[in-house]
Write a protein that binds this ligand. Sequence first.
Ligand code: ADP
Ligand code: MG
Length: 238
Amino acid sequence: MAKVLIDKVTKSFGAVNVIRGVSVDIEDGQFVALVGPSGCGKSTLLRMVAGLEDITGGEIRIGDRVVNDLPPKKRDIAMVFQSYALYPHMTVASNMAFSLDLAKVDKAERDRKVNAAADMLGLTPLLDRYPRQLSGGQRQRVAMGRALVRAPAVFLFDEPLSNLDAKLRVQMRAELKELHQRVRTTTVYVTHDQVEAMTMADKIVVMRDGVIEQIGSPLELYDQPANLFVAGFIGSPS
Ligand code: ADP
Ligand code: MG
């Protein structure tokens, strides 16, 4: 677990300023949802935390370290995307163990970690299957399993459920929240679905056009929206 501090961060692509001075304090173990309409800069901000995108201005800290110039591998994070790119020629177990194999973790420890993650995600009966033999929801669980086995200090999720059908999405929301309650890993969760954010997050960051409109608990945003934009966004059906 680690805190994440995003301090006056900006991002420009050429002359276009897509993140215009964003500051967020994320505490140890918190589940923070980053919400806002498509194109407001959620993924760009998350990718800067992950190290997949350079930071134009400001500072990002993970734990006690300024990570602005650290490559993704050195940031102690694991990221899960909407498109779960599993290795098609590897079993579920091998997909989950991949990063541990790269890190030359010994076999007993690797198996123990994979089994523990599989158990938490309900994947134990599926460990010998190949991705093509899995449903969409099962594949997304494997993608989460890959992140989980690494026991990173921070999980970064970018709309991980948006490819799933509505029923499964609701079920996976609950599972993810339960998982967070068990492992308490600091989580930054990007979604354009305010219901998802309201049901899962300790704290919600509402963005619009590269700036933050409001930060608060689900209840605070619901009871005291800072402006009409926040009220409209939180109040609209997903
Ligand atoms: P969101 O995830 O909230 O939908 P993004 O972070 O993907 O938004 O994008 C924010 C803005 O930055 C958009 O206007 C998008 O077109 C722009 N953008 C994102 N990535 C790039 C890039 N590599 N080059 C130029 N513009 C980009
Ligand atoms: Mg996005």
